[in-house]
Design a protein around this ligand. Sequence first.
Ligand code: NAI
Ligand code: OAA
Length: 354
Amino acid sequence: MEQTNQRIAKISAHLYPSNSQHMEDSCGIRRANCRAKGGAPGFKVAILGAAGGIGQPLAMLMKINPLVSVLHLYDVVNSPGVTADISHMDTGAVVRGFLGQAQLESALTGMDLVIIPAGVPRKPGMTRDDLFNINAGIVKTLCEGIAKSCPRAVVNLISNPVNSTVPIAAEVFKKAGTYDPKRLLGVTMLDVVRANTFVAEVLGLDPRDVDVPVVGGHAGVTILPLLSQVKPPSSFTQEEVEYLTNRIQNGGTEVVEAKAGAGSATLSMAYAAVKFADACLRGLRGDAGVVECAFVSSQVTELPFFASKVRLGRNGAEEVFQLGPLNEYERVGLEKAKKELSASIQKGVSFIRK
Ligand SMILES: NC(=O)C1=CN([C@@H]2O[C@H](COP(=O)(O)OP(=O)(O)OC[C@H]3O[C@@H](n4cnc5c(N)ncnc54)[C@H](O)[C@@H]3O)[C@@H](O)[C@H]2O)C=CC1
Ligand SMILES: O=C([O-])CC(=O)C(=O)O
């Protein structure tokens, strides 16, 4: 009997070299005999709000991303179930779940990239700004956690109103002494994704071959598609310009109304968030020429934050590009966008400085 036990121990030690360390599995249960997974090079990514409408498909898509080695899923509800589910996917990333404020620190420690889709979504008849009262506090708390536990992480902020939540995050980081403007990015990728789709429809092209810069911010008239700079170079009638600008600016509302009270864009947003996060990770890896639109600290206009094309590198948004030549229609749109943006930015700043 003793001999048999020794043989099993020997085989086990060979098969499970990490046996003595007891790995924590995806449900947070400490389980013996889990072989140390991974070792695969990659980045550590946390999703805050991972059990939500965006969070769940986003978690699924990030689990597939080969650049991710560790995926932390944090929420105030339901994260154990989502984590258990996602963790069964036979892709490289190791998944761990975290539930509630008491586990925020563990969820964030060591992360390279933090994606934040936490917060309430719109219902028909609401503007994104109507979400401010609830989401401002959520973003503040989560950013305080980031400042404490992973101050060097790149942050992708999705929670609305982005035009105000990004300034809130910046103020929280400034207060904590950890602010690096290059590492804080408001996610406006869905505006670009929509613009590519709608413009491709009008031009009769494959959306994958179309690139539309969308600048400004992420609400109504602050969403400014630059149709004069579409690639491949294209011309539009004035009617097409007005139709496209209006549809791109109101894409979010189109989904909110179609969902009729059941929330806002989640699936297309998860797609857009992964497209953007993947670009950030390629930048962190050191890939050259990674350029996407994002709402960042900016000197492109007189406003402290503005969405435009940025070059993503090892330190986040390493270069913020100028807007390039605008036509008259776009110049008028820019003035309108700046007026609303300025108020939204100020509202975010005042929330923390009050
Ligand atoms: N930037 C963009 O382009 C877009 C932004 N959004 C915004 O994303 C946010 C989330 O949308 P959905 O996923 O549809 O909402 P949802 O309500 O389905 O999910 C939100 C999740 O956040 C969680 N949450 C709430 N408070 C939290 C906290 N303190 N810490 C961690 N998690 C917390 C909730 O438990 C829930 O699981 C909304 O503010 C929405 O307006 C939505 C679409 C596009
Ligand atoms: O419209 C909303 O409330 C959600 C959002 O930001 C979008 O879909 O662009």
